[in-house]
Design a protein. Sequence first.
Length: 246
Amino acid sequence: METASVTPSHDWLWILASVSLLISAFCALNIVVDILAGRRQKMWIMNVVWPITSLYAGPLGLLLYYRLGRLATTRRVRQAKRHDQEPQHKAKPFWQSVAVGVTHCGAGCTLGDVCAEWTMFGVAAAIGAGASTWFVFATWGLDYLLALLFGIAFQYFSIVPMRGLGFRRGLIEAFKADFLSLTSWQVGMYGWMAIALFVVFGHDSVAMQKTSPVFWFQMQVAMLAGFVTAYPVNWWLLRRGIKEVM
């Protein structure tokens, strides 16, 4: 079977991918500037989560930040407490709390996936592994491991301050909160990337090389697919009190 590759007739795809990546980077930068301008999050880890969210979700991530993230700034929380009021971010509808919880999981996944993809790109170049199928699955294995480690770290820095836990107990609770959430996210992400790699393009196509904007555009779509598959799991985790409402 011939594998697909990008030809001049596919220039529109390269342009679309490049524009999407540039817009997403601009949205992430916008959030960083907004936070540094005085809108730091009450939960400090969210200062990292929101820009990362826009790296894959672009304008949608920026919209979520303006609609939900700005409700949870340190300044707003302090103002609410001075007036004996409930902070606005705690009064939002439950479905919005779930969305914020998913972005929290997604940020850890995104960091892990990006680190793993570039690490394995370097390994492939060093050993001449090329684009063999086994190497794709090895990369996904590292993706999952690093994403889980980042995810647990993100959960740890959320749960420990909120519950006042020690180091060991904090790690246990962070693992319980993140394992199912992250795994469900990766199901959606791997599902889309499998379609892109093995059905649409062919895993050894020029378009799906790590240096191609098309590959990272497909990763953006994969992250959005991960958001969808992780949403119901996060709903359940929050209802059960396994994850904290943010």
